[in-house]
Design a protein around this ligand. Sequence first.
Ligand code: NAP
Length: 258
Amino acid sequence: MYTIDLSGKTALVLGVANQRSLAWAIAESLGSAGCRIAFTYQGERLHHNVTKLASKYDDALIMACDVTSEEQIDGVFAQIDKDFGRLDIMIHSIAFARREDLEGEFRKTSLEGWRTALEISAYSLVALSNRAAKMMEKHGGSILALTFQASQRVFPNYNVMGSAKAALEHAVRQLSSELGPLNVRVNAISAGPVSTLSARGVAGFTAMAAHHRKKAPLGRNITAEEVGDSALFLCSPMASGITGTTLYVDAGYHIMGI
Ligand code: NAP
């Protein structure tokens, strides 16, 4: 029997908003394997939530990080270096688009809406990976991003978020090629619909989740815990031969034609 033991390892988990966040489920899986975790939150609004959730881990680090601020990103890595002295895993579980860009006609997306969605949801992976790679180059490491199948197929109302996820998945491949020689692996999980704060911001999310449940080979939707466990696998030595991959954790929905 195999077990995953990440004791002595450290992870940076970006994107916990509340206990429903996929980032929280991933942190729980990494934490259960003994990994020490640094959490970030965006803005004072989420400080309390994240501090309360993370309080179950005595040795957790909690920092503010809005990924549109290079200064805050630099501050996060400086603090991890100071407190942990190493970084083995980074989880990018961040996405944002303006509400008006997640409904109606895609062709009406404004330049500002496009820039916002792609900057926060895709470019941030590049900016963060550049810093993470510097801390991972000694021992190797694993970077994981969260994506959605709207990168490949049309999902009504996902609109500019589909463009952002296509850019994110490309960045995963490009980064994995560049960072492979440092033994830093870069992968993505393409998750099926899970009712979270961001997901509920997409118009028609509930109907879409019901459709998924009906059509998926497993006949159900996935849980956040299943995403957490798949993330643990991908970031562990059990996945040491896997990089540049998008792993679908969607109850099989992506293989269906109709
Ligand atoms: P969530 O709990 O709302 O997490 C999204 C996180 O992104 C929030 O913590 C949010 O903070 C953060 N964020 C937004 N703008 C940011 C910024 N400028 N700087 C730093 N953080 C920022 O929703 P989730 O569903 O777990 O989303 C996590 C990831 O999974 C996203 O990449 C999402 O696209 C992906 N995903 C989700 C599903 C799903 O059905 N839930 C399916 C496939 C993929 P605020 O709350 O302050 O905005």
